[in-house]
Structure formats: C-alpha cells, structure tokens
Write a protein that binds this ligand. Structure first.
Ligand SMILES: Cc1cc2nc3c(=O)[nH]c(=O)nc-3n(C[C@H](O)[C@H](O)[C@H](O)COP(=O)(O)OP(=O)(O)OC[C@H]3O[C@@H](n4cnc5c(N)ncnc54)[C@H](O)[C@@H]3O)c2cc1C
Length: 421
C-alpha cells in the first residue's frame, strides 16, 4: 500500500520504519529540514516503562493552587484566551482522580514494556547506536516521607507486573556512586532495573537514515496545509514546500504524527483530540575527563528533575509550563537545571559548554497517546505521547503497523476505536 506519514519526529520516523518493514511504500512529510528537530530533539533520554507515572495524579491535585498561583513551581499554568487550554485543564484535573490515575498508570506501563521490547528487538536487528545505556533508572529521594509513600506504591504496583525495587541510601550509592554528593540527606530510592536511557534525537536521525536506505522517501521543508476528505475518507493532502511550491499528494493511507500540532490539523476535519503543548526545558553539559558524573538515568524526586548520561554528556531536564506554543528559552529555568546538575556532579561537567533547550510535550490529559484508526477509515493517528514519547515510540509505531493490517497489537492498551475508560 502507499502510505503518507505526516511528521518526522521520533513518532513519525518509527512509524515509517515499521510500515516499511511490512512492505509498504512510505513517504514522510516534514516541515523542518531534518527529522527530530522539534520535541524529539533534546528530551531527558529516559526509556522509562516502569517509572512513568501519569502527571495527572491525586498528589498533583493537592498542589493545584500552587501551580495556578505561583510562577516558580515545577508545574506552572499560564492562562491564555484559548478555549482548548481551559478544556484541556478541566479534563486533566478529572484524570487526577485515584481510580483514573491508577488505570492510566497500568496502560502506560503496558505500552511502555511493549515498546521497550520493540526497541530492544530493533537494536538487536539493525545495531543502531544512539548513546544507549541499559542499566536502569533510579528515582532518588531526599525526603523520608516521600520515599515511604513511593515504596508503598511500588509494593502495590507489583501486583500488576510493574517492577520497582525499593533501595536504601547505601544501595543507591552502590548503583550510582556519583550520588555521594547528596550526602546524608539521601534517603533511598526506587529503581527500575529494566529501563534504559539514550539520545532520542540520535536515534531519530539514524533510524530515518536506515529507513531512507530501506526505501522510505522523506520530503523535508514540506508543510502539511490541508487534509482533504471525501465520502470514503481522506482523498489527499495539500503540501507547501519551503520554496513556495504546492503539491497535492495522494496515498491509500495517511498517518498523523505531528506532535503538538496534531490537534489543530485534526480539528479542521472534525476530529477532536485533547493534545495540548506543555513546555519543558533541558540543559546538556559535556562530562570532563576522569570525573564522577552519573552513569545511569536518575530522577531527583523532590525537585522533579531528570538526568541522563548520554555518551560523554549529561542532560538535566525538568519543568512543565501549560501556556501555548511558545518555545522561547527561559534562562532562569535552565540555570536552575544547570545549578542542580553542577551540585550533584561537582567538578564533573563543563558549564561553559552547556547548551539550553525548550520543547513542547504533546500532552493528553490522561498521559495516554492516541494510537489507531480515526473516524476516517484510511487516516490513522499516532500522537499525544506527552512526557514519554521516546519510551513509547517503537511500540506505538509497531502497533500502528499491526492495526493497519487489521491485527490486534499484543498489548493491553486502549487503542483508538476502543473506549479510553
Ligand atoms: C523537557 C522534555 C523532556 C522529555 N523527556 C522524555 C524522556 O525522558 N523520555 C521520554 O520517553 N519522553 C520524553 N519527553 C517526551 C518526548 O520528547 C515526546 O513525547 C516526543 O518527542 C514526541 O515526539 P513526536 O514525534 O510526537 O513529536 P515531535 O518530535 O514534535 O515531532 C512532530 C513533527 O511534526 C512536524 N510537523 C508539525 N506540523 C507539521 C506540518 N503542518 N507539516 C509537516 N510537519 C509538521 C514537526 O516539525 C515535528 O518534526 C520529553 C519531552 C520534553 C519536552
């Protein structure tokens, strides 16, 4: 079949890859000059199947007034004259209820494990290198009460196959000696042994190159302007190229993978998707030779800052601003991330070479992405991966390739077409 994939972030590129593996003729349309230049560019790098909690949870609800009223909390709401922002917020608050949070968490873990396995298979099959490390992710605590609560949750989640090991402070240090900088305040941690880290941008670029070699055609500098629908579904897409040229492209199937831009395009053809951009920041610092920087994926539970070791670099990421599509960099936010990285790994990082970045997570209120067929039989959607699009990329793309062949993906997840609750 002829298929057009719209968007070449990590989701669009993995989608194109798996569809091509099934023998389809695949074209990818991307407005930027290369793949992965938007949200997939400098994320935290954590492939986190078993430590990925939905952001909408009962404890978020308890701090709602903080993030509505203050500007310096990890989560900030900046009100806009935009009905989509307010309806998204109302739905997000509804997902904070314990029963919904719990259900969403299990769905995310199911998709996360399915996806991590797909990534491992892909890595074994094609030997792709992206500064990956397979030594787990550690959530560490400096507050004893928070650790106790996380340990209780870990015990309950074990019943659902979600593997989180509770570690003492010494066990954390044995795993990750660089945490010695935390000193006596280190209380312990929760460790997900099977999770991984890696550079999502390198992965996206290298997989796009492998896909190109395998026959996928990439159109860069090509912006989707309009999806044209008819009686039987999508008839064509209108594309405008960076040199002003316009083209109407036709295929048998189309897959929308536009990240945060997906909702606006879908709305034009009567599909309502609750995807809203939530801005986050990252700082990437080179590691100095022979120094003690982190070896694995870490999350500082108190400050909600994630760290990854990506080859000879350390990346710190954090913050969530529910504002609009603005990707400008707030230097004070980045400085906070950088200061924490320098405090945790003193004398290990080259602050003079730090690079700052901001990106928009394509968030749904529940944290669950939209994957599957839309109301137009030949239009599929793979978007809304929010905080964990790198984690879920291979699984979401593999699922799309299965759904297109009318096979049920081997993953217990509410794919589009099934009730989400
Ligand atoms: C600070 C931060 C930290 C994160 N950390 C992690 C992490 O540790 N682990 C994890 O799993 N995830 C993480 N994420 C989330 C992850 O980065 C995203 O979920 C993922 O990158 C989304 O990929 P995507 O392909 O859907 O979107 P994008 O990468 O944004 O790709 C969408 C593509 O569509 C293109 N496009 C849009 N509109 C058009 C149009 N009209 N025509 C043509 N092309 C168009 C864009 O140019 C873009 O290339 C993080 C995100 C942030 C911001």
């Amino acid at each position: 079949m002829d298929i057009i994939v719209l968007g070449a972030g990590i989701i669009g590129v993995t989608t194109a890859w798996y569809l091509r593996q099934n023998g389809h003729n695949v074209r990818v349309v991307e407005r930027r000059p290369e793949p992965g230049l938007e949200t997939s560019f400098a994320n935290a790098g954590q492939v986190s199947a078993h430590l990925a909690d939905p952001w909408a949870n009962p404890s978020t609800l308890r701090t709602v007034f903080d993030w509505l009223l203050h500007d310096d909390t990890p989560l900030v709401f900046r009100p806009q004259a935009d009905i989509h922002q307010w309806t998204w917020l109302a739905k997000f608050l509804r997902e904070c209820v314990q029963s919904r949070y719990h259900q969403n968490l299990i769905h995310l873990a199911n998709l996360g494990v399915y996806s991590r396995t797909a990534l491992q298979t892909l890595r074994a099959d094609i030997g792709i290198d992206y500064d990956g490390r397979q030594n787990g992710i550690l959530l560490f605590f400096t507050d004893a009460d928070r650790l106790r609560a996380a340990a209780g949750a870990a015990r309950k989640l074990a019943a659902y196959g979600i593997k989180r090991e509770v570690l003492s402070a010494q066990e954390c240090l044995d795993l990750e000696p660089s945490l010695q900088s935390v000193g006596n305040s280190l209380q312990g941690g929760v460790y997900s042994r099977g999770d991984e880290t890696g550079d999502a941008f390198k992965f996206t670029q290298r997989l796009a190159e492998r896909a190109r070699q395998a026959g996928v055609v990439f159109h860069y500098g090509a912006s989707l302007q309009e999806i044209k629908t008819g009686k039987s579904g999508v008839d064509a897409v209108d594309i405008v190229f960076s040199d002003g040229r316009k083209e109407t492209c036709r295929a048998q199937h189309y897959v929308l993978c536009l990240g945060s831009a997906t909702a606006a395009q879908a709305r034009k053809i009567g599909i309502s998707l609750d995807i809203y951009p939530v801005k986050g920041y990252s700082v990437t610092l080179p590691v100095l030779p022979d120094s003690l920087a982190c070896r694995m994926g870490l999350t500082d539970a108190g400050r909600k800052i994630a760290f990854s070791r990506l080859g000879d670099r350390v990346r710190a990421t954090g913050f969530a601003e529910i504002a609009n599509f603005d990707t400008s960099i707030d230097t004070a936010r980045c400085q906070q991330l950088q200061d924490r990285a320098m405090a945790l790994f003193p004398d290990a990082l080259d602050a003079a070479q730090a690079s700052h970045w901001a990106g928009l997570r394509p968030m749904t209120p529940s944290n669950l992405p939209y994957i599957g067929r839309s109301r137009y039989p030949n239009l599929l959607i793979n978007a809304g991966h929010g905080t964990i699009g790198w984690t879920q990329s291979c699984g979401s793309a593999l699922a799309i390739s299965e759904i297109l062949e009318n096979r049920a993906p081997a993953c217990d997840f509410p794919f589009l077409g099934q009730a989400r609750h």
